[in-house]
Design a protein. Structure first.
Length: 324
């Protein structure tokens, strides 16, 4: 694969080249990883930036429906939108359905939109192992907005905040009692809470849910990266396409304020440090997959299984030998 040629096509906005590049960075083959690193370094000098929006929410909240309606609203304003949808991988077979495109039929046909489903490959935190690099590729391809849809597992989906400029939490009306709104974890990471399905018979319930969460957000400790009024809760309806423009206006206002206050660049620098540490950790874990280390692990695991050593002692011996 000619990396220079591939990089040139990505910069020119070639969607097929972008798809090939994302496949390359997601590959676990050693030679592909070397090519992927070269490609990312080649594209690093483009200087292009997109607004990165992370979207999380429980299954059934309507993430795909919301993304299609929201994405079409953005493309209608002349913006180019990339959607990176992460599907859960089976812990047994390792496979994923990757059916997000089939649920966004209108957006997938939009020439100003790009949708790429990716398997989570059992990576925790709601996103795929190489989602950060896929976002960087979409930025290099000239997209204005990158939407990252997480797996949808709930309270633990906070890693997406490490690759996004805005973290949006989608909720359904009457999804639980009002005390759900004061739970920590994912609530503390959200920049905006959007109560979806605020239409029809569910609109009164959506109004109550939005009010409950707005009150809960006021109880959280104020963050330095938030202007007055943020984080905030709003109501939207993906089916009726209502509230989407207002939500985007608020998102832009928050991004603009963070840019002017210096929080935007500071957050991206902190994210770069975070992913550097993550890559080092994964590199060290990969060292344990080498033949000598694998044999030593198997021998110690057998001693643990037979009760001759505790897991703690065996782990210390393994790490001591690995360090030596």
């Amino acid at each position: 694969m000619n990396i220079e040629e591939l990089a040139g096509k990505i910069i020119a906005g070639d969607r097929r080249a972008l798809s090939r590049a994302i496949t390359l960075v997601e590959s676990r083959r050693a030679d592909h990883r070397d090519q992927a690193v070269t490609l990312i370094e080649t594209l690093r000098g483009t200087g292009r930036q997109a607004v990165r929006v992370g979207l999380s929410g429980t299954p059934g909240v309507g993430k795909s429906t919301f993304i299609e309606a929201f994405g079409r609203m953005l493309t209608g304003q002349g913006l180019r939108v990339a959607v990176l949808a992460v599907d859960p991988s089976s812990t047994r077979s390792g496979g994923s359905i990757l059916g997000d495109k089939t649920r966004m039929t209108l957006l997938s046909r939009d020439p100003n939109a790009f949708i790429r489903p990716s398997p989570s490959q059992s990576h925790l935190g709601g996103i795929a192992r190489r989602s950060r690099e896929a976002v960087a590729l979409c930025e290099a391809a000239g997209f204005d907005v990158v939407l990252v849809e997480t797996v949808g597992v709930g309270q633990s989906e906070t890693v997406v905040s490490e690759i996004s400029d805005l973290f949006v939490l989608l909720l359904a009306p009457a999804g639980g009692d009002e005390l759900q709104g004061v739970k920590r974890g994912i609530m503390e990471m959200a920049d905006m809470i959007l109560v979806n399905k605020a239409d029809g018979d569910l609109k009164p319930a959506a109004t109550r849910t939005c009010s409950d969460y707005a009150g809960a957000l006021r109880l959280l400790r104020k963050r330095p990266q938030d202007p007055e009024g943020f984080p905030k809760a709003m109501m939207v309806s993906a089916v009726e396409a209502s509230g989407l423009t207002d939500a985007w206006v608020e998102m832009q206002a928050l991004v603009d304020w963070r840019r002017e206050a210096g929080h935007f660049d500071g957050a991206r620098a902190a994210q770069a440090r975070y992913w550097f540490a993550e890559d080092v950790k994964h590199g060290l874990l990969a060292q344990l997959e080498t033949d000598p280390a694998r044999a030593r692990m198997a021998a110690l695991a057998e001693e643990v299984a037979q009760g001759r050593k505790t897991p703690t002692l065996a782990a210390e011996e393994m790490l001591r030998g690995f360090h030596d």
